[in-house]
Design a protein around this ligand. Structure first.
Ligand SMILES: *Cc1c(COP(=O)(O)O)cnc(C)c1O
Length: 387
């Protein structure tokens, strides 16, 4: 190519900094984008914290763990950081082996990814194409409709039943011959409810055995309900069931991005194939291994957060709130049309909660001071709402 070619001429004319020349920052482009992109709801991240002068702000909108990283995990990450010029272990060997041992499953059944949202993307990519259907409850995790729509598949959202719980009967009825994937989120984000072991088994009996059922257990560690399912045992007994877990919540590694699925070998193999190469970074790999080794220390923290959850739920019920049975590290406020007003009232006292349209709001169990403030603002709000 010579300097006379139009391409070369055009290239040299593009200003290095369009802002400096007043050129449009975002010129129209004839590039054709997929129609599925237009249909995508944007993921709403938790808003950053903000508070009035002199008041500590708390971001309780993303279900993060309020505890700082464990010293042993931080040490492992610091050491690994010295090798960041190298690619991570693409096979995620160390973490996979550690998980296999801890969960007592063959390593071939484990597939990792950049957060369990990453693994979920792999699950959808491995099972669905355009026209296929994915059944899940709604409201549930915001990432579900985004990932499904992105793949070109159709989200089939089944409204929650009374008590903000999965309506497993309606979900079974929503399965068609186009269904490839069913997502069961327990505890459910954002409503905090679990499915019962017996009702889940009865549901699974009704799902065709060529449809993959994924039990999303992002909040497993916080569950205390005696009737909650043992998803790993169900996975062992049923070839079409996979379990999805994350290091983001109880393990407190949200910023490092690592999660995994336990699935039967052909499915797990498909998930590894569908993964973005080197998706689980080196720091995340060593941190997750160190975190598994620190299980006892973590359990103490989880116990404290569960105790705080119980304290908050009890206080809210005493105030008169109708709080569903809460099993995760957050509480759900069923607010309807008052959702935005509640979120604003929380913001005024420095608490950033997560509002969901006109359904309700979710608040993460966080530092004790934040929890106390949440109880207080909820009480005031309820009193003023009653006039
Ligand atoms: C937080 C969450 C996840 C996991 O998120 P990652 O940080 O991507 O691991 C998965 N499912 C649900 C329901 C969640 O709330």
């Amino acid at each position: 190519m010579t300097d006379e070619t139009p391409q070369a001429a055009a290239t040299t004319e593009i200003p290095a900094n369009p802002e400096a020349t007043g050129a449009p920052l975002d010129p129209a482009t004839p590039v054709r984008l997929r129609a599925a992109i237009d249909a995508l709801p944007a993921y709403t991240p938790g808003r950053p914290a903000s508070a009035p002068e002199g008041v500590t702000a708390y971001k309780i909108s993303s279900n993060e763990n309020p505890f700082p990283p464990l010293p042993s995990v931080l040490d492992a990450v610091r050491s690994a950081a010295a090798d960041m010029n190298r690619y991570p272990d693409m096979a995620v060997t160390g973490l996979t082996a550690a998980l296999a041992e801890r969960l007592d499953v063959p390593a071939a059944r484990i597939a990792t990814g950049p957060g369990s949202v990453g693994v979920l993307g792999q699950l959808v990519a491995a099972t669905c194409g355009p026209g296929d259907e994915v059944v899940f409850a709604w409201r549930s995790f915001e990432a579900y409709p985004i990932l499904v729509t992105l793949s070109g598949a159709t989200p089939v959202q089944v409204p929650l039943a009374a008590g903000a719980r999965h309506d497993l009967d309606a979900m079974a009825a929503a399965i068609t011959d186009r269904t490839r994937l069913v997502l069961v989120c327990t505890p459910n984000n954002p409503t905090g409810t679990t499915v019962g072991a017996a009702e889940l088994e009865a549901f699974l009996d009704r799902v065709p055995d060529d449809v993959l059922v994924v039990i999303d257990e992002a909040y497993l560690e916080f569950v205390t309900a005696p009737d909650s399912p043992d998803a790993l045992a169900i996975h062992r007994a049923r070839p079409n069931v996979a379990v999805l877990r994350t290091f983001s919540k109880a393990h407190g590694l949200a910023g490092l991005r690592v999660g995994y699925a336990v699935a039967h070998e052909p499915v797990a193999e498909a998930l590894r194939k569908a993964a973005i190469p080197f998706g689980v970074n080196a720091l995340a790999q060593v941190a997750a291994v160190a975190s598994l080794e620190a299980a006892d220390e973590l359990a103490v923290r989880v116990k404290e957060l569960v105790a705080e959850r119980e304290r908050v739920v009890e206080a809210l019920r005493e105030q008169g709130w109708d709080v569903p049975y809460q099993q995760a590290n957050f509480v759900w406020f069923d607010l309807g049309e008052d959702t935005a007003a509640f979120a604003a009232a929380c913001q005024e006292v420095g608490l950033t909660v997560r509002p969901y349209g006109t359904d309700g709001a979710r608040a993460t169990i966080a530092e004790r001071e934040a929890n106390d403030r949440l109880i207080e603002v909820a009480g005031t709000f309820l009193a003023s709402r009653r006039g």
